[in-house]
Design a binder for this molecule. Structure first.
Ligand SMILES: [Zn+2]
Length: 483
């Protein structure tokens, strides 16, 4: 007995030692750099140009493709005027109707090109509840306001400002730089980004890396860290909607049968809600914890440095926040429910739609199987809706591309931390998957807890100081990418 107790105690001792040693050796992954030298440009004039860009109603809805056509043409004319050096010195092609591809030829064709991208279209905005009209591009209170100020005309314009500045500065790239701006990202990017990617593929282009919009720099949003955190999207979730339906004979509601159409579909939804997809700390999310863990308090470090032991505990804790829950599992949400029309008639059918966002590693086929298994009811028909999207691969954080982006963030936004992360939405970047494995999704703007709702919401805005840093980021990134 004594020997058993002693054995047990020494086992606990060894275990504790391992845990503590791992936490102590959980070193910071942040690279040390000096802040970049400030470049000088007229930030008031740049903000004015962003304001003008917002005033073009380049709105994307499934049936706006025709009606927005003239707005895109006018916007392109404006870009020519606003950026004369780019117009004169870069190759410029219109692709898929209204998307733009600029080619900034490098001196050394043996080096793989990089691609910076953003999208020119925006989601609709009615103006209800906005502080300034959404297409006014109001310059007020130190901000540029309007639809596209964050998503994603700030990206388009900041990339162009950076290129125009560098051309004026006499910069000549060794490595070719592509600038690609889609015109239908908000409705899938099939006419724009997909066509540009196809064109580049037909020319045999292989990219060193690409940077698209995606995640941002978050301040006061990541629990346990008070420093701003730049999250670089190294993967994105997939998208799948399933229709669940049941048919029954119907009849009068005064003599109801045991099973009704509404009851069957409701039961299916209830089972799905009580048995979610399993959570997993893998891929981009696991890497995020490895990057952020060393920057956290001692207790958090103990747990995150020892995921081999605390994985289930950490997952349980993380799942409490819907925001974090979304990056550790495939999520499922009922979005449509239709059945019945009259209060005393049993409907013959009931239909629901569930929207799934697939964790990289989960497939469309696997998700459908899971749903079928959980519902476990032959009377429920499960039909996938058109155009599902598989989850992306995970980009390599040891690649040159990731290192260059991380370095640039640290140079322009000190003391911001950098971490890879999983994006829960889709971007145009996925269309380029065949051109490079190194796809990154990040727009360098600072967001506080109140700001994420502005994406596709009211009062979208960017501060003039933030926009200036955004331009400096792209200029520095282009320079750094040449090494
Ligand atoms: Zn966007």
């Amino acid at each position: 007995m004594k020997r058993l107790v002693l054995g047990l105690l020494s086992l606990i001792g060894i275990l504790s030692l391992v845990i503590v040693v791992r936490a102590v050796c959980f070193n910071s992954r942040q690279i040390t750099v000096s802040p970049a030298a400030r470049i000088h440009f007229d930030k008031a004039a740049a903000s004015e140009r962003l304001s003008r860009a917002i005033q073009f109603r380049t709105v994307s809805t499934p049936d706006s493709v025709q009606s927005s056509s003239t707005e895109f043409e006018r916007f392109h004319e404006f870009l020519k005027e606003a950026f004369p050096r780019i117009g004169g010195q870069l190759g410029n092609e219109t692709v898929g109707g209204h998307s733009l591809l600029y080619t900034w030829k490098g001196q050394d064709s043996a080096l793989k090109p990089i691609l910076l991208m953003a999208h020119m279209d925006v989601v609709p905005a009615t103006g209800d509840g906005w502080r300034y009209p959404p297409f006014s591009g109001a310059l007020a209170e130190g901000y540029v306001w309007g639809r596209g100020a964050m998503d994603d005309k700030a990206g388009v314009m900041a990339i162009l400002e950076a290129a125009e500045f560098l051309l004026g500065d006499g910069f000549i790239p060794k490595r070719t730089i592509y600038l690609a701006f889609g015109h239908d990202e908000e409705i899938g990017g099939y006419r724009g980004a997909a066509k540009i990617a196809e064109l580049l593929r037909s020319r045999g282009v292989e990219l060193d890396f690409l940077l698209d919009e995606g995640m941002n720099i978050f301040h006061g949003v990541v629990p346990g860290i008070s420093t701003p955190v730049a999250l670089i999207g190294t993967a994105e979730k997939g998208y799948l909607s399933l229709q669940l339906s049941a048919e029954t004979p119907g009849g009068h509601s005064s003599i109801p049968p045991a099973d009704t159409a509404i009851g069957i579909v409701s039961r299916a939804l209830s089972r799905l809600e009580t048995r979610p997809f399993p959570s997993r700390l893998i891929g981009a999310t696991r890497q995020m914890l490895e990057f952020l863990g060393p920057e956290m308090s001692w207790t958090n470090r103990l747990a995150l440095a020892n995921l081999w032991l605390f994985d289930p505990l950490v997952r349980k804790q993380l799942a409490r926040s819907p925001l974090v829950n979304a990056v550790i599992r495939t999520t499922l949400a009922p979005t449509i429910f239709q059945a019945g029309a009259t209060d005393n008639v049993l409907p013959t059918d009931a239909t629901a739609v569930i929207n799934l966002r697939l964790l990289p590693g989960d497939t469309i086929t696997g998700a459908v199987d899971h749903v079928r298994r959980v519902i476990n009811e032959p009377q429920v028909n499960i039909t996938p809706l058109p155009a599902p999207i598989e989850a992306s691969g995970v980009s390599d954080i040891n690649s040159r591309g990731f290192r260059i982006i991380a370095r640039t963030v640290r140079e322009i936004f000190p003391p911001a931390l950098v971490a890879p992360a999983l994006l829960v939405a889709e971007t145009d970047a996925r269309h380029y998957a065949g051109l490079t494995k190194n796809i990154f999704r990040f727009l360098p703007i600072l967001l506080g807890p109140e700001d994420t709702r502005r994406y596709h919401g009211n009062d979208e805005r960017i501060s003039i100081d933030d926009y200036e840093r955004c331009i400096r980021f792209y200029a520095q990134l282009i320079r750094n990418s040449q090494r």
